[in-house]
Design a protein around this ligand. Sequence first.
Ligand SMILES: [Zn+2]
Length: 452
Amino acid sequence: MKESKDLNNFNAHDIKISKWIEDHREEVISFLQELIQLPSVNPWFNPKEGESREADVQELIKKRMEGMGAEVRQWEPSAAALAKYAGRPGYYADHKFEGRPNQAAVLKGIGGGKSLLLTGHVDVVPAASGWTKDPFKGERLDGSVYGRGAVDMKGGIAAMVMALEAVVKSGYRLKGDVIVGTVVDEEAGGMGTLDFVDKGYRADACILTESTDMKIAPLCRGILWGKLIIPGRSGHIELPQGDWRDGGAVDAIGLARVFMYHFDRLNADWRVRKVHPYLPLPCQVYVAQINAGEYPTAFANRAEIVFNAQYLPREKDENGLGSRVKSEIETFVMSVAQSEEWLRENPPKIEWLIDADCGETPVSDPFVQINLENLQKHKINEIIEGVCAHTDLGWFQEIGIPTVVLGPGNPRVAHQNDEFVIEEDLIKLTKLLSTLITGWVQISKLPMERDL
Ligand SMILES: [Zn+2]
């Protein structure tokens, strides 16, 4: 039988669990469809009426977890109660959580195994325009499921829940505890995870099922958004202006070009210095927006360059954030300003908009290693590649939980129109997680279970 050759890496229990998943393919896929059909756009994005149903998504997961015998707790985070984290990652004093519960579903083990936290966020970004499919229908087409959240990250949530269900319904009991932690508010800064960690949930290891194309990601990068404000002085663009000291105009757009030229220079340096063996991209300062000028007959009075700069886990400060990299950029900007007399007297300013944290679990950690072996078992290429963007990994790593990001689908389609996940990837991840559970948490047969 062809199948037996593919399965010769597995124990009898893994084969049985894997068969359960095969037999319940349709159920795994329809669970994802149900999750997509409950729009859960983060309220920070001002979604349309009825499109912000994070609580209903939690309820759906809750029912499924209770069906497995899990004890499920829901609660609403409170910014006031988290005020002690001011200045730390994920804390935003103005975020509100009425009707937006976090959730922890705990499946108690019988003892003798290690504990595992499976985690993900239930909020999504808005659908926005340009979809050719209904973003909240979960349509199936040519072996893929389409919809907002398909990879980011309802696909990952469906897989973690169904992997556990496969283990339990195949007649096994967990030795270690497993917690399924589903949080709100990741898409607007990660306060849900901060709150989850604050509530004291801990485990020997953590899997975050954000999409990684089935690569093992033991790290992610920190992200800074900044706005560089360059002052100018408006004046008639067609007439002689003379020296600025005598009241002449100063073209803020021309000065913005100076900064952009120097950003290229900075990036050339960062390309060499700010690299990581497990990241495909070096850190760079990317210009994302340029806002300048008011009308066609005047030099720009002011120019703004909105930029995105990334930082490595090794660059984090003592609060777990990117203040060192912020200072580095500020010093660089001020040194550029020194080359222009106008700017020496009218210095530019940087407003910092976002600092999203990062983290890293060493590849030598036993949990990263067991994940690599697990991929090997499933004959999936064992690729270690960190996530170049921010994920909620930082807080788990900060409190000492070895954490790996591992999820289905191409992360590039996250936040895109016609976001989709390939059904086969969803099933593959469900199987992968099931054998990770049997290997790490370990299982025991139920008393009535006949020997395999
Ligand atoms: Zn996500």
